[in-house]
Design a protein around this ligand. Sequence first.
Ligand code: NAD
Length: 444
Amino acid sequence: MTIQDSPYALVASSQGPKAKVDSASTSPQQVENAYTMALRQFDGAAPFLNLKAGIVDMLKRCKRELTVTFPVKMDDGSVKIFTGYRVHHNTARGPSKGGIRYSPQVDLDEVRALAMWMTWKCAVVNIPYGGAKGGVICNPRELSLHELEGLTRRYATEIAPIIGPDRDIPAPDMGTNPQIMAWIMDTYSMHHGYSVPAVVTGKPVNIGGSAGRLEATGRGVMFTVQEAFKTFGWQLAGAEIVVQGFGNVGSITAQTAHQMGCKVVAVSDIDGAIYNPTGINIPKLQQYVKEFRTVVGFSEAEQITNDELLALPCDVLVPAATENQLTRVTAPRVRARKLVAEGANGPTTPEADAILNDMGLIVIPDILCNAGGVVVSYFEWVQDMQQLFWEEDAVTEQLRRIMVRSFHDVHNRAKELNTSLRNAALVLGIGRVAEATMTRGLYP
Ligand code: NAD
């Protein structure tokens, strides 16, 4: 049994081998260091805030970084050594929060960048968390379920000193899923001698997960897109959507878009892309993917490349795979007419951002657009702490309320400052973290 066979594998593929460097749309030369990218974004927004030099220096660095190297017994009896990370970027506004990524390409700088983006994201949607992220260098597609469990339990033990419900609360990210969160929760609980469900979010519902968490990020993406359409006076019904990546975020974004009456004309995963100008039947595709673990080969669509997908005419392009997809090379080819809605973290390089802006395209930035996941993770943590669980409708309604409010907070700030939604979101997020830091004061 592999992770894809696990009952919690919603859809097919996790990030496959060499995804970042071998992907059709991204050559190694184009790949930008994610941390450098996060720092450049910070430098672009900081001048709007007039921050003291000491605060700037502090916010650009991660508070705590743990690298662990640990052995795992493989199915053939051999022992393999793995490396993992857990990074806390900032905890001024509360315990840190952020996903765990299993990927062959993950490294410390990528985890630092993702942790920093989590800090700004939690502040943009105004939930009481700081930012963190974790990762293990591995290819989950190549591990058996048994090996994956061993790796997860040992990694959880190694990072246990710095996680906890009041300290740092992990969640799923690329290559991880609810089953993996269940193993982390169980391992942590065994060490404590009692169940600690609030140590992770994104768990299965039967052990304290929240209804609607699995769907939260994709739903949140479409709630922001819907609000943008409303705000700009466009019609969402019939709008053409292209989604890159068909994992947790991409598949639920496509499903929600479909339910909202949009036409999802193309989707992709690490293995390739499919296109149907009359609209793909998303529920049927989800069934297909459950069986075949890829969108490739779906009979009701034409096969195209990932490069071609990014250049398709559409109303909304949703990069929902990984970083560095819209670059100075791929961005000029984008033919989206209205929006780029960032389902993934860091899909657009700063150069590509400038190009898309010059093309008149509105980019809904990751730290706003994909914040639905952490918003419902926050609801899950609250429910676990209170041992009082909500119906899915209540979760989704509260999610919608926060996404809509946050969209307008960012949009209003963008109008005030005459800047992009990305800069406005960063200004809002960084500003809130800086304020909290000043209010707390300097210890000792
Ligand atoms: P996932 O592992 O469930 O799915 C990733 C998908 O992207 C897979 O279909 C994979 O095949 C595809 N993919 C990978 N590289 C690709 C490439 N180069 N071209 C095309 N497709 C490619 O991961 P996920 O949880 O859906 O996360 C996707 C992105 O969303 C990541 O950037 C992640 O950090 C971000 N994100 C996830 C969540 C969450 O709740 N899961 C929340 C916020 C942000």
